[in-house]
Design a protein around this ligand. Structure first.
Ligand code: GTP
Ligand code: MG
Length: 451
């Protein structure tokens, strides 16, 4: 680590330590100024040894090792894996993806690399199936969700009582290499939508992929067009920092070369008496590390050699901080209470607890009221039904009674008819008997006469 980087690191650590302490964050700007002014500067009488602090820090960092997470976003087959292989001069053996996936998927692979005595835990996250769907939103939303999920995992670790951030595998994305097709035309809607939805979450470095597919003059025009499109659409891409004077000049000049036009290849070709990484065509050789052929070296210098630590730092202090702030605010935590008075975490927690308790009581009361109301309504409905039933019963009873009276009357009439009929029948029988008796004596007299 260069001494400037170490000093930056130290500054960052002290900055984070100050931010982390509850009391200092609660102090107003004026109070902090007074506090600073109260610190006296003294000249020491001799050497004590704290000048070795930067070395201690370097040693500790080397022992711990570093981690760096790269997200490669680009259409299927645009040259993502080849570029990563070329950047780290390693064959990561990534397999090809198909164009027929229904959804975009993110594939993360972690590798342990070592250069001299510096160990690097490198995670490469590749988009699989990006740009192969008809619905644009379906293409970039999984990427946004993936980045948020890594922030969330870190936040959850931070919020644990027993946290182990020291050996935690930090999977937050430090840089997003956004691969633009070498169309020479303009950005696609999907590129703009994706970069716009990612720019507040990750450091975006746009690269023109397969830059050997576009002529030098077209490339210059293409770069200008892309940058103006990004600016006019309000897409924030990562700017190499210019606050550290040792790298300010180179970084400022490199910012002017964005987006880098890159060519990737692991193939070694003999140029002169040297073997170089290149792509060989029937008409010539495109040398990957030749700055007049492409910007690969610029990208490698900026990404790995000069600004890797800044990318890690920006991820923590800018993007993660924003995620954390929004998330905690969403959960109801805030630094300032009413009347702009600072509130501690405990006060916020107590207030939230009261709020939740009050809310629960209000909900309980509401449910009770609703229950009583429902019971009353049900009771009224039942009473109405009972009343209707009673009325129906009364009506039926009346009808039944009337029917019975009518039947009774009919029965009486019938009985009277039967009696009258019986009388008539009896009279008829008497009359018949008398008739038969009379006719029988007449017949006997006639027979006797004939004899
Ligand atoms: P997927 O992972 O399947 O989405 O593909 P990828 O984006 O990782 O692309 P990959 O690196 O596998 O490259 C796909 C093809 O493009 C291979 O044939 C590479 O040789 C070729 N390729 C890679 N980089 C370049 C380049 O800079 N220029 C040219 N012309 N071809 C390249
Ligand atoms: Mg690949």
């Amino acid at each position: 680590m260069a001494s400037s980087e170490v000093s930056r690191h130290l500054l960052f650590q002290s900055h984070m330590a100050t931010k982390g302490t509850c009391t200092s964050s609660q102090l107003s700007d004026d109070e902090q100024k007074v506090k600073r002014e109260n610190v006296r500067s003294l000249s020491m009488c001799g050497h004590v040894g704290f000048e070795s602090l930067p070395d201690q820090l370097v040693n500790r960092s080397i022992q711990q090792g570093f981690c760096f997470n790269i997200l490669c976003v680009g259409e299927t087959g645009i040259g993502k894996s080849t570029l990563i292989d070329t950047l780290f001069n390693t064959n990561f053996e990534d397999c090809e993806s198909s164009h027929f996936y229904p959804h975009v998927r993110l594939k993360a692979q972690t590798y342990e690399l070592q250069e001299s005595n510096v160990r690097l835990k490198l995670t490469v996250v590749n988009t699989v199936g990006f740009g192969d769907q008809i619905n644009k939103e379906e293409s970039y939303q999984p990427i946004v969700d993936y980045i948020d999920a890594q922030f969330e995992a870190y936040l959850q670790e931070e919020l644990k009582i027993k946290r182990s951030l020291f050996n935690y595998h930090d999977s937050r994305i430090h840089v997003c290499l956004y691969f633009i097709s070498p169309t020479g035309h303009s950005l696609k809607t999907l590129d703009l939508l994706t970069m716009k939805s990612l720019d507040s979450k990750v450091n975006i470095i746009p690269v023109i992929a397969k830059a050997d597919a576009i002529s030098k003059t077209e490339l210059q025009k293409f770069k200008i067009k892309l940058m103006s499109e990004l600016v006019s659409n309000g897409v924030q891409i990562y700017q190499f920092p210019t606050d550290d004077e040792t790298i300010a000049k180179i970084n400022a000049s490199m910012n002017g070369h964005l987006p880098f036009a890159v060519v990737g290849s692991m193939e070694e070709v003999k140029v002169g008496n040297k073997m170089v990484k290149a792509r060989q065509y029937p008409w010539g050789v495109v040398q990957v590390e030749n700055e007049s052929h492409c910007d690969f070296v610029k990208l490698r210098e900026m990404l790995i050699c000069t600004n890797m630590e800044d990318l890690r730092e920006q991820t923590h202090t800018r993007h993660y901080e924003l995620y954390r702030r929004c998330k905690l605010e969403e959960m109801g935590f805030k630094d300032m209470g009413p009347e702009n008075k600072p509130v501690s975490l405990q006060e916020t927690y107590e207030a939230k607890r009261h709020e939740i308790y009050g809310e629960r009581q209000r909900k309980e009361e509401e449910m009770k009221q609703m229950f009583v109301q429902r019971v009353k309504e049900k009771e009224a409905i039942l009473k109405e039904a009972e009343r209707e039933l009673q009325a129906k019963f009364e009506h039926l009873k009346r009808v039944h009674h009337e029917e019975r009276l009518k039947l009774e009357e009919k029965r009486k009439l019938l009985e009277e008819e039967i009696i009258a009929f019986s009388r008539k029948k009896a009279a008829c029988e008497i009359y018949q008997n008398q008739y038969f008796a009379a006719s029988g004596s007449t017949l006997k007299k006639d027979k006797d006469r004939k004899k």
